[in-house]
Design a binder for this molecule. Structure first.
Ligand code: PMP
Length: 360
């Protein structure tokens, strides 16, 4: 059978070792005779999973004291609402618009205050990240929101805004734990787990203590403080998703942590971009300085060839390479768990396909 490589944007490929451990432990977790799927979130068995996962997040991202690590539900989309709900004081929010998910975040924030879109790359179909030094930020905004990696358009921020007295909030759903990060620059970082961290169902939120209780008028279930006080067990958490998150974090640690993983990510993405840059057949229209190392987008010379490319790829085990419907073409999502062998196989196929269809 062909080896399968899953290039899905999310839920995305998980490391084989993570899945194997989950399989081994499925029916009898740590000699308990029970599955993680069926244990109480108040049990010592689960409390240990929850604490280990929180501690590993802290360790891997070097999270300083004064921050909470929360495991919430509702996806990154729920954070689009929870961020403005919880942080609104002046009811003024600055957003940088860099693609579909930041547009959704903006639309949601408008329900809670005045949104200023301080910069947008919509003029070039989101193929670049606006230069931070060109942006005029509001002095009295409650926060600035960015989408650090744009899953659909294949762009990423390489520098972050810094405005005195204004919190920085980042949706890191598609690049958290892919590179080292100075968490102290951020008020809130949030990420749906289903790309780099584990399965869907859990969203990781890293939030500064001072921001837990800015706005009192928030329903308890949506208040960061409720979840922080209860150590992410305010109500029944998605225990199995958090368990797989824990296994994934252990796996990242075993590889040498975020720096080691980043080195590999840069290498994997570099192989693909090098190939694209030297190709007379494929195009990547993202500005070089804004290229994502997680989502690499490209097209062939025509829509018909794009469709053929995807079909042929599926047949040999290169799965889910079709680009997002709003962009077309192809997208290779190459998160932490994508092995280098997957990139090599993809490039081999790209080369063969190009030669068969008029490229060099
Ligand atoms: N932000 C980004 C950058 C994403 O890639 C996604 C989902 N792919 C979302 C937000 C939405 O996440 P969710 O489906 O978990 O709500």
């Amino acid at each position: 059978m062909n080896e399968i490589y899953n290039f899905s944007a999310g839920p995305a490929t998980l490391a084989d070792t993570v899945l194997k451990t989950a399989q081994e432990e499925l029916l009898n977790y740590k000699g308990s005779g029970m599955s993680v799927l069926e244990i109480s979130h108040r049990s010592a068995l689960y409390t240990e999973i929850n604490e280990t996962a929180q501690n590993l997040m802290r360790e891997l991202l070097n999270i300083p004291d004064g921050y909470q690590v929360l495991f919430l539900q509702g996806g990154a989309s729920q954070q689009f609402a929870m961020v403005p709900m919880n942080l609104s004081k002046n009811k003024k929010f600055d957003y940088i618009e860099t693609g579909s998910f930041s547009k959704k975040a903006i639309a949601e924030a408008k329900n809670f205050g005045d949104v200023t879109v301080v910069a947008s790359s919509s003029d070039k179909n989101y193929t670049y990240i606006p230069k931070i030094s060109d942006i005029e930020f509001s002095k009295d905004a409650d926060y600035i929101h960015i989408t650090s990696n744009n899953t659909i358009f294949g762009t990423k921020f390489y520098e972050y805004p810094e405005v005195e007295g204004v919190e920085l909030v980042a949706d890191m759903s598609s690049n958290i734990l892919s590179e080292p990060l100075d968490v102290s620059k951020f008020g809130i970082i949030y990420a749906g787990a289903q790309k780099n961290l584990g399965p869907s169902g859990v969203t990781v939120v890293i939030v500064k203590d001072e921001l837990l209780d800015v706005n009192e008028n928030v329903a308890n279930i949506f208040k960061y403080k409720s979840h922080a006080v209860a150590s992410s067990a305010y109500n029944t958490p998605p225990v199995y998703s958090i368990y797989i998150l824990k296994l994934t974090l252990e796996y990242i640690k075993s590889l040498g942590g975020v720096e080691a993983v980043n080195k590999l990510n840069v290498e994997k993405a570099g192989m693909l971009y090098d190939y694209l840059d030297n190709s007379d057949f494929y195009t990547n229209s993202v500005e070089v300085e804004s290229r994502s190392i997680m989502n690499v987008v490209f097209t062939t010379p025509s829509k018909e060839l794009d469709a053929e490319f995807v079909k042929g790829a599926e047949e040999i085990g290169l799965k889910f390479l079709k680009g997002h419907r709003s962009v077309g073409g192809m997208r290779a999502s190459i998160y932490n768990a994508m092995p280098k062998a997957g990139i090599i196989k993809l490039i081999d196929y790209m080369d063969q396909f190009a030669k068969e269809n008029g490229g060099k």
